[in-house]
Design a protein around this ligand. Sequence first.
Ligand code: G3H
Length: 250
Amino acid sequence: ERPRPLVAGNWKMNGTRAATKTFAAILEGCDAALRSKVDLLVCAPATLTYVFAVAAVGTPVKVGGQDCHAATHGAHTGDISAAMLADVGASYVIVGHSERRTDHRETDEMVKAKARAAITAGLTPIVCVGETREERDAGRALAVVGAQLAGSMPEEAAREPVVVAYEPVWAIGTGLTPTVADVAEMHGFIRQSLVDRFGAAGRNMRLLYGGSVKPGNARELLGVAEVDGALVGGASLVAEDFLAIARAYM
Ligand code: G3H
């Protein structure tokens, strides 16, 4: 039996209070038919997390953060802890997104510590992995992702919910996507690595694909074996597009 699919939006550094309208349209669009097939999540910028979480109370739509600090509190100017996200109503947090790994030089070790902090705070971490174009062209995609998984996944994943998102860096925001065969190969590889390390928990873990998922390619990408949902960037900023991607499961 497959895990229940998850379609997650990552708004990145986009959205002011005016975007509450977009979020309201997502809440409205998540009707009984859709919610019976798929879980929906919006990872808002930190400034909007609380207001979105309040708006989502009583709906099936979940709200998440895009990053958290590994510590619970303290002298870390500009950072936000997992406990703070949980406190305002978040239930997920993305960790190790390629933009964090690049812009903030986050290492696998840091990502693992963040994932662990998320679990401790009662959040489900979404651990992101993915190869660059150069790494794929050099035939190293599986090795790179395998090493990222080994270094970024916390031991707690054997007993606590963790989501993995495979996002080829070269597919993010570019309109490019891997072939169905390449997605199938990578997700099969990730599944096997997770089962080898975490046993039954690895079999049930949700594996998302991310990178230029759009309404027009969602059905194809989400239909690939071992793909249990999507992590959607640009298209999640438009309620109709985000909902159309989720409806690929209907
Ligand atoms: O977290 C989301 C991804 O980075 C994908 O972004 O859908 O804009 O390519 P994108």
